[in-house]
Ligand binder design. Structure first.
Ligand SMILES: Cc1cc2nc3c(=O)[nH]c(=O)nc-3n(C[C@H](O)[C@H](O)[C@H](O)COP(=O)(O)OP(=O)(O)OC[C@H]3O[C@@H](n4cnc5c(N)ncnc54)[C@H](O)[C@@H]3O)c2cc1C
Length: 503
């Protein structure tokens, strides 16, 4: 059943090996680098666990009948996708769309894998059973899973088995009684330090010879040998909540994961030395689509938050009714509405396959992913443009308000009608943390890369899009005339023009 925030926190005290700033972190729930994000995730768990939200955020576990998070639902119909989306939107709003790998992200992948467990059965029937059993466990125990599905950037010109050291990329080194031993590293475990399990696999293509790396397994974050090397913490670096309100609360952290001879029991292994299954898990199951559908619900929420900030600043600065400012806000609104529309269209264009699993519309999902890097970058620049120097002309820290001599000048000169200095500074420091701080810059990189390098995502869009309708129109047009003039040809069938995505 659903877990409370306290139960989630308790699960993190498992002796996990998280390293930051040259030291092993003891209790991550208390460490300045992690405690803000941990509290935010705990609050999310409490929201889903709250009886008042039960109808909207949970469904009855088919195994126990207890309420479990809708993040774990295997959707069986477009209506299920809608129900799931409404729940995921509420969850995303809890963190303002700022936690990309919260508990509801990899949950979508796993639900998709479990709905198509036959894909894993290609490596042996027991692997399919492992996927189904782990999905049921994650659902009924409300587990928080993250993933590392890419090897570290060492030498991308060579496959895994041709790297200078065969144990750079995470792969199997031995079979033991009851399981396998994994050695090597993967990037870039977002949220892994604060999660329960990390999914170890590969989304980048593997090649013949890479069989030792062709794995898919759920690894407890606290398992002996799992070493988590976190990047610099923006939360720990923030001088106060007032100065860096989102860094302090939502720095979900990203880490290099080193698997130092980690034992993984067979029941947590979904694919083993199988290039084909490791590849097919992403696109022959609904996993990738369901996970990214969730990611876009989160992205939509984050864009709403950003445009809300832009509107508030324009209002504060008295510029909101100037035609160019209205135009800029309108352009931003068009971008947000595009993302929203493409999320909703995934339900409109959903299909239910012969396994009874509902797939969100593929082309609409990849369209959002393909637009995202440029759209996000543009939005950030437009907000900077609207805010001007106000983003920089701010007190050095909240401490300036504590010094009466400084506060007198700040209160006098850093204000706007209806916005006393503390309110103006509060709003603009929040905007800076969203568009200009180190946290903001990492978010820019995240939105560019979390779904893969932009060129890879665009190639996936190419594969997902049905060019047939457009090509038929071109043929019809070319067939309609020649050197001697207009031919007597039929108009294109209306359906082609009406449904450009489906063709
Ligand atoms: C903030 C953040 C969080 C992340 N979180 C996670 C996570 O939780 N789990 C996880 O597994 N991964 C995570 N990632 C990793 C992410 O999946 C990868 O960054 C992404 O797949 C791209 O791989 P790469 O970084 O190795 O870039 P590369 O593949 O090295 O690509 C970088 C750039 O090199 C160029 N390039 C590379 N290859 C080619 C080519 N063949 N042709 C043309 N140009 C090329 C392109 O310009 C490309 O954009 C995260 C990344 C970021 C930035």
């Amino acid at each position: 059943m659903t877990r409370s925030g306290d139960q989630y926190l308790e699960g993190l005290r498992d002796g996990r090996q998280v390293f930051i700033d040259g030291e092993l972190v003891g209790d991550i729930t208390r460490h300045p680098a992690f405690k803000g994000a941990v509290r935010s995730v705990a609050a999310l768990y409490d929201t889903v666990d709250d009886k008042a939200n039960r109808d909207q955020l949970t469904f009855a576990s088919p195994a126990t009948g207890e309420p479990v998070s809708l993040a774990h639902l295997i959707p069986r119909s477009p209506a299920d996708l809608t129900r799931r989306r409404i729940a995921l939107k509420v969850m995303a709003e809890q963190t303002f769309g700022l936690m990309g790998r919260g508990p509801e992200h990899v949950a979508g992948f796993l639900a998709g894998f479990a709905g198509h467990s036959h894909v894993f059965a290609a490596g042996g029937e027991h692997f399919a059973r492992n996927v189904e059993a782990f999905h049921a466990k994650a659902r009924d125990e409300d587990l928080y899973m993250t993933y590392t599905i890419l090897p570290p950037q060492i030498d991308r010109s060579k496959p895994a088995h041709q790297q200078a050291d065969p144990h750079l990329y995470a792969g199997v080194v031995a079979e033991r009684d009851g399981g396998i031993v994994v050695r090597g590293a993967q990037m870039l475990g977002t949220g892994t330090a604060i999660s329960d399990y990390v999914y170890l696999s590969n989304i980048a293509p593997l090649q013949p010879g890479d069989e030792a790396y062709a794995l898919a397994a759920m690894v407890p974050v606290g398992a002996p040998g799992v070493k988590i090397y976190a990047r610099r913490s923006y939360a720990a670096a923030s001088s106060s909540l007032f100065d860096y309100p989102v860094s302090a609360r939502f720095d979900e952290t990203d880490s290099l994961l080193v698997y130092d001879d980690v034992f993984v029991p067979w029941e947590h292994v979904f694919a083993y030395r199988n290039l084909d299954v490791v590849k097919r898990q992403w696109f022959a199951t609904a996993g990738h689509l369901l996970g990214n559908n969730q990611a876009q619900i989160r992205f939509w929420t984050k864009l709403e938050f950003l445009i809300g900030l832009a509107h508030r600043v324009a209002e504060m600065n008295g510029s909101v009714n100037l035609p160019p400012v209205k135009g800029a806000l309108g352009e931003m609104a068009a971008q947000v509405a595009t993302v929203t529309g493409l999320v909703l269209a995934q339900e409109q264009h959903a299909t239910v396959d012969e396994h009874g699993v509902a797939w969100p519309g593929r082309a609409e999902c990849f369209a959002n992913m393909a637009l995202q890097p440029d759209l996000y970058a543009k939005l950030l620049v437009m907000i900077r443009d609207l805010c001007g120097g106000g983003l920089i002309q701010l007190p050095s820290s909240a401490n300036d308000f504590a010094n009466p001599a400084i506060a007198a000048d700040v209160n006098r000169f850093v204000q706007s009608p209806g916005y006393p200095a503390t309110e103006r500074v509060k709003l603009l420091k929040l905007v800076w943390d969203m568009v200009g701080s180190e946290f903001a810059s990492r978010h820019h990189q995240y939105e560019m890369f979390y779904a893969g390098a932009p060129f890879v995502v665009k190639m996936r869009m190419y594969d997902a899009y049905d060019f047939g309708a457009g090509r038929r129109l071109v043929d019809t047009m070319l067939d309609s005339y020649d050197l001697s003039g207009l031919r007597d040809t039929a108009l294109p069938p209306a359906g082609d023009a009406l449904d450009p995505v489906r063709g």
